[in-house]
Design a binder for this molecule. Structure first.
Ligand code: 9G3
Length: 568
């Protein structure tokens, strides 16, 4: 492709809303453009890489024996009403009415649609096991779309659904998908890890997430190098950690703590350690209020708390006005004593002695608080976020934690949808059975952003050959030199003829601009045709090489072809 013709609107500066590197680089390199919050257009370079990601997913799904379908994205409400999910997803589901006032939605996920398709079209138990998949646009009205393609309101997902006669069959289908996922993320050039995950609203007997390690990942990964245990924060069981307590049978005491709203202010004003305090945080769970308590140096894991409380809508912090009403105090002085809403205390709180809590009076706290004597939580459970240094729940080793981007999530669903929608079969003895399902998602557009997030440097994107928009670029250094342009054209033709997807930077720009753009858009290998071309010498540089190296012009094509073939 000639860059003089390519729509590649590079930018020097990007909007401030682009916070993470991949979002910045994809805008600067002219890969995507934002249409609205969480909604993006793909320009030529972005679309070429996106199509390659899709093709790798497709090849591996087909290799695993899955069959590709394409479902509608504009879906009648009935299917979701039958599964009870029409209401469950609340504002996240894009709903609309047709001209006949009938209810529709833009599909956020397709368990119901695939299940109905099997109900309508599979006749005999002999047709199972069957895994069906699609690569299709999904719609979810995220409250906080951000980070470019990382969390969009319109995004491309590969979603697959397996249908088996029994649990054993599901285990086999699941395993095939697991192995296909490992091949996919390896071919995408992603450094990923698989973690046990919470199944949340999906139900079923377990799930695993494929995480791309990155400090900007929204998900937490807890792992143990000793035994290989790996779980996301929501799934990771936290072992209560012992820490020094204030001993003695001390009297409960109300103390003045003027303007000490936070643990840090309390620590400095009372000269005690953060782990001698217990935080009381008030949440709204569906239509009721609850209090969660964790040690002062811990954080509440809101997914664990949500699963424990069993609320269907999102769990969210109570509004300050509500906190003031429930505690009759300013925010920052909430405590369990005299609070008439359910109190969920983390296991570590149950080990604390003579600790400090808010007194439900502005500028006042209690000290020497003890569970049993001074208050009794309604529930004691693991509701905290795991931290590096925690004990491994599997082997007692040391847990490490880091952030990750969730690019895949696979579930053993069981019969949740087949039961709800009536997907049955008559077994060989004529007895009616329920089909056992699994579902398997990959965030295809998210993979593109995750690759850029993991593979870049100060000069721009570093695409793996497998998903680079073009595999090679030929750069004539001086566009005014007939000799250089001619030699560049010849090499360009040669590479294209050899099946190498090649760009030629034939623009009337300075060499420096061309080099910068080649790095910015992350083309894996570059050949510069400069002054020495008269002596049969050109410059060869792979995107990951520090310096370019001089090679013979008549060996250049071969070297590029070899590099591309070796890295595909
Ligand atoms: C919705 C809305 C948002 C959603 C869902 C449904 C997440 C929803 C979970 C999944 C599970 C699996 C198939 C492929 C693998 C993942 N957010 N989930 O079901 F209506 Cl608005 O999507 N789906």
């Amino acid at each position: 492709m000639r860059m003089s013709k390519l729509l590649m609107p590079t930018l020097r500066e990007v909007p401030a809303e682009a916070e993470i590197t991949s979002h910045k680089l994809m805008l600067r390199a002219g890969l995507i453009r934002k249409l609205a919050a969480g909604i993006y257009s793909y320009l030529p370079l972005g679309l070429r890489s996106l199509k390659k990601v899709e093709q790798i997913v497709r090849e591996e799904m087909d290799r695993a024996g899955a069959q590709e379908l394409l479902m509608a994205a504009l879906l009648p409400a009935e299917a979701y009403q039958a599964s009870g999910r029409w209401e469950v997803f609340g504002p996240s589901m894009f709903k609309l009415k047709d001209r006949g006032e009938r209810d529709f939605c833009l599909g956020p996920t397709h368990e119901e649609i695939f299940t109905q398709t099997v109900i309508d079209n599979v006749r005999s138990y002999k047709e199972y096991p069957m895994t069906l998949y699609q690569i299709q646009t999904k719609y979810r009205d995220e409250g906080r779309p951000r980070f470019g393609l990382m969390r969009g309101r319109e995004f491309i997902m590969k979603d697959a659904y397996s249908f088996d006669l029994d649990e054993k069959g599901l285990d086999e289908s699941y395993k095939k998908m697991y192995e296909a996922y490992c091949r996919i993320f390896t071919r995408l050039g992603l450094d990923f890890t698989v973690v046990d995950a919470d199944s949340g609203a999906m139900g079923g007997s377990g799930s695993q997430e494929f995480m791309v390690k990155s400090p900007v990942g929204e998900d937490g990964i807890a792992y143990c190098d000793d035994c290989g245990y790996a779980a996301n924060y929501e799934k990771c069981e936290c072992i209560p950690a012992e820490c020094e307590q204030i001993e003695g049978d001390l009297e409960l005491e109300k103390i003045e703590t003027p303007n000490a709203h936070t643990i840090d202010e309390l620590v400095s004003s009372l000269g005690m350690a953060a782990h001698n305090f217990a935080k009381t945080i008030i949440y709204k769970a569906d239509d009721k209020y609850i209090a969660a308590m964790v040690r002062g140096d811990r954080d509440v894991n809101e997914v664990k708390l949500k699963n424990l409380v069993g609320c269907t809508d999102d769990l969210e912090l109570a509004e300050p006005a509500v906190v003031r009403e429930l505690t009759r105090a300013q925010v920052g002085f909430a405590g369990p004593i005299g609070l008439d809403i359910p109190v969920y205390a983390d296991k570590e709180v149950a080990l604390m002695k003579n600790f400090v809590v808010g007194a439900n009076v502005t500028d006042m706290h209690y000290k020497n608080v003890n569970i049993g004597r001074d208050f009794e939580p309604d529930t004691i459970a693991d509701i905290r976020v795991v931290v590096t240094g925690d004990k491994c729940p599997k082997c007692g080793g040391t847990i490490k934690s880091e952030q990750g981007i969730e690019v895949g999530h696979i579930f053993k669903l069981g019969t949740k949808y087949s039961e709800a929608l009536g997907l049955k079969y008559l077994d060989e003895s004529g007895k009616q059975q329920t089909v056992i399902m699994g579902c398997y998602g990959i965030g295809v557009t998210r993979c593109l952003a995750a690759a850029v997030e993991q593979l870049h440097d100060d000069n721009g994107i570093i695409w793996p050959v497998s998903i680079a928009p073009y595999q090679a670029i030929v750069v004539p250094a001086n566009y005014k030199s007939e000799e250089q342009m001619a030699a560049a054209e010849k090499l360009y033709e040669e590479l294209n003829a050899a099946g190498i997807e090649t760009l030629i930077d034939d623009r009337s720009e300075r060499a420096g601009v061309k080099f910068k753009d080649a790095d910015l858009i992350g083309i894996p290998v570059r050949v510069v045709v400069g002054k020495k071309v008269g002596d049969g010498i050109v410059e060869y540089k792979e995107r990951t090489m520090e310096k370019a190296e001089e090679i013979k012009l008549d060996e250049a094509a071969e070297k590029v072809i070899e590099f591309v073939k070796a890295n595909l």
